[in-house]
Each structure stands twice: as C-alpha cells, then as structure tokens.
Design a protein around this ligand. Sequence first.
Ligand code: NAI
Length: 247
Amino acid sequence: MELLKGKVALVTGAARGIGRKIAEAYAVEGADVAFTDLTRDENMASLEKELTALGVKCKGYASDASDFAAAQEAADAIASDFGKIDILVNNAGITRDTLLMRMEEEMWDLVIKVNLKSVFNFTKAVQKYMLKARTGSIINMSSVVGVNGNAGQSNYAASKAGIIGFTKSVAKELGSRNIRCNAVAPGFIVTDMTGKLSEDVKEQWVKTIPLRRGGVPEDVANVCVFLASELSSYVTGQTISVCGGMT
Ligand code: NAI
C-alpha cells in the first residue's frame, strides 16, 4: 500500500524482536529505515541487506540508546545520511525481573536508564529535525505492565509507566507543531525477551489472555505502521494496547 512512501523512520533496538519487525513493516510500506542497536553484528548486517533488497534505503548504527551523547550523535548522523527524520520509534528495552525484596540498586538503575532515559534521549535528539519539518510521529514502546503493574517487575513497570507520562506530555508540547507522540503497550509477545520465561509461566500468561495466544512481533508492528502513517493523523497522546484483550 506504500503508506509510508517518502518517509524516513528511525527505530531503536531493531536488530531483533519487535523492533526488527517494525523496521521490516515500515520498509514494506515504502519508508527508508535507519535503525540502532548496541553492536554492529550479524543481525544488524542481515536487516540492512533484507530491507535494502525491498528497494528502500536502510542503514544500521551501533549506538547505546541510554547514553545521552551517543543518542544525539546517532540522530545527527542519521539526519545527515537520510536528509530528515519523520518517524521515531523508541523501541529499545530490557528486563531485570525480580521481587522488590531481592532487587539490587543496579537492577533498578539499569532498567530505568535503558527503558526510560533512552526515550528522552532520542526524542530530544530528533525533536529539532521534526520541528524544522513541522511534521513527525513519535512512537514509544511501553507495556501492559506499565499500565497494570506486575509482581516481580517493579523496575520495568515503573520505566514503562514513566514512558506513558512522557508520551502524554510531549504530545501536549509538540501538538501545535504537527508532531504526534503515542505509546504502544504490548502484552505478552513471543520474542527473545519473553523466551527466557519458563513454559509454566508462559502457559499461565496465555490463560489470562482473552484471545488465548501470545502475540507475535507483527501484531505490534502493524499498530506501529498505523501510528506512523497518515491513517492516525488525529491520534496523539494515546496509549494503544496490543495485548489480545488482557487490559
Ligand atoms: P528483545 O530483547 O528481543 O529486543 C530488544 C532489542 O533492543 C535487542 O536487539 C537489544 O540488543 C536492543 N537493546 C537493548 N538495550 C539497548 C540499548 N541500550 N541501546 C540500543 N539497543 C538496545 O526485546 P523485544 O521483546 O523485541 O522488546 C522490544 C520492546 O518491546 C522493549 O522496549 C520491550 O520492553 C517492549 N515490550 C516487549 C514485550 C514482549 O512481550 N516481548 C511486551 C511489552 C513490551
């Protein structure tokens, strides 16, 4: 359908998992795609090759999204290489799950830094390009855990709830400049992140999902296509759950 033809998208943490599927879906819709991940590895090279074969421009950048200076540097390099940045997907994220009783200070600090500060870092870095263009769509990857909370994930839940507050504020700040900002709250999506969970835990999760299955990364990517495209031109400051009816 080429919903994103002529657009430049930047997706963080996209070498695998949900971010990779978002990058693929954007390329299928005609966008040029810049993406980041921690290191330049096989995954990064294979995504560049795969998307370039679709006839769009694609380049991966090794960059730690949680590092303020590195994020500004990556965004500036991307704007220079691609000419502009129309769409930003703040996808990079990690878990360090345990009960509060066992949670070390480092586990708290790292999850807040990677999940929440990264969103600040890249949103701030692309803001000037979107303001100049007087258009933009920012999509922040939250979680149902940020909406509902979850035992054993107080650090992760706090980071993902923080993203929702940030999203609503940025939507209010930048709306008058035609820049939209929304959050996506996936439920249980089958990726490397959730692959670490035991079969027992996974079965229990599925029982609580009205659609009776875990989601696939494509389920999240489809909503990200909607939020990046003109189909959602009157949608901003919202959190869209992609959770099979969990919330
Ligand atoms: P994943 O672990 O499969 O992929 C995450 C990617 O982010 C990896 O390629 C990783 O190298 C990269 N990354 C990690 N730290 C980074 C950093 N500091 N800078 C740059 N890249 C970094 O995870 P998944 O499942 O694809 O998750 C993607 C996003 O979706 C995360 O924000 C996660 O919290 C969120 N999410 C995932 C759910 C799930 O069930 N899988 C549910 C709800 C939200």
